[in-house]
Design a protein around this ligand. Structure first.
Ligand code: UDP
Ligand code: MG
Length: 315
């Protein structure tokens, strides 16, 4: 019986001290499982000597491979590099700081064996995480779920298993600015999730600076919602409605001789044009939204399975 293969993709940025600890934890877990596996570290332009360590580790440990990016491109880009290069029958992505416990891997694989193409993970809300991290994460998921048409579960991270079939679809999307949490939810297929308790970071400190967190949030929202583009249409309609009531009043005051000189023309033009401008901005936003969606070139549909060979062969 040939064993199925698993690639574990781990983007790392200045995680020198975690490389050995994590790979050993993974070896320990796989020792009790029946899979072929390899670990693919993606060095995201680290400046702490990570590439040298990875070169050494991969030389002595034939299950460890690595790629080193030419500079720091960010977590999502590093993840994309790893996913593009992964060759397993399924691929697991996880962080390189031990916060994603290796002990969850058998649970992911179990769900895959049961037929799921995507096994997400959901982090239990952790009191150990900083108040700011918990609040900002909750706010982000609330916002993105409100704005986009599909659900990204709060507490999800890029810690998941993806089958070869689903991964080929994700890689074929080839988006310039990928937001994997959104893309994975968007592609469909059979998905499930396992719940886990995040461990403490093993060494070092978070590589997600405030700036990088904001960038990720902006990327998530702009990749999956065009609503902010045409939101101006709503106040535009409201102001137009209000001005349609206010303008007759202003004209009445003018003809009744109650208005100050200049007030009527000012109020009529300001209220009329501000409503019109906002509405036109919203309309431009709608077209821009269509252009944005076209540029992304996401497929109109994705086929999960079919029996189409019969039609192709004209049986
Ligand atoms: N990471 C990366 N490039 C970056 C920032 C982070 O590859 O520019 C990696 C990092 O080394 C870790 C993972 O992404 O393996 C998640 O980052 P981190 O643990 O610092 O984020 P947090 O858990 O604090 O949200
Ligand atoms: Mg972390």
């Amino acid at each position: 019986m040939t064993l199925k293969s698993v690639t574990i993709v781990i983007p790392i940025y200045n995680e020198r001290d975690n490389i050995y600890v994590l790979k050993n934890a993974i070896h320990k877990i796989f020792a009790g499982l029946h899979y072929k596996y390899n670990i693919l570290y993606v060095d995201d332009g680290s400046s702490d000597g990570t590439p040298g360590i990875l070169a050494k580790v991969s030389q002595f440990d034939d299950r460890v491979e690595y790629v080193s990016l030419s500079r720091n491109f960010g977590h999502q880009a590093a993840l994309k590099a790893g996913l593009d290069m992964a060759d397993g029958d399924c691929v697991i992505s996880m962080d390189g700081d031990m916060q994603h416990p290796a002990s969850v891997l058998p649970l992911l694989l179990k769900q895959w064996e049961e037929g799921y193409d995507i096994v997400n993970t959901v982090r239990l809300e952790d009191k150990k995480l900083s108040y700011f991290k918990r609040k900002s994460s909750r706010l982000f998921y609330k916002l993105i779920n409100h704005l986009s048409e599909f659900e990204i579960r709060a507490g999800s991270a890029d810690f998941r298993l993806v089958s070869r079939k689903a991964l080929d679809v994700i890689c074929s999307l080839n988006e310039h600015d990928p937001f994997f949490r959104g893309l994975v939810s968007w592609i469909g297929f059979s998905q499930t999730h396992v719940v886990y308790q995040a461990d403490e970071r093993s060494f070092g400190s978070s590589k997600y600076s405030f700036k990088k967190m904001v960038q990720l949030a902006v990327r998530g929202i702009t990749s999956f919602s065009i609503r902010p583009l045409y939101v101006a249409i709503y106040p535009g309609i409201l102001i137009s409605l209000m001005s349609s009531l206010y303008i007759p009043y202003a004209l009445y005051s003018y003809f009744a001789g109650e208005a100050q000189p200049g007030w009527t023309s000012l109020i009529v033009t300001v209220s009329f044009f501000s409503g019109l401008q906002l509405m036109l901005l919203g309309i431009i936003g709608m077209y821009l939204g269509k252009v944005t969606n076209e540029v992304k070139k996401r497929p109109v549909y994705i086929i999960k399975e079919s029996s189409l060979t019969k039609i192709a062969n004209f049986i």
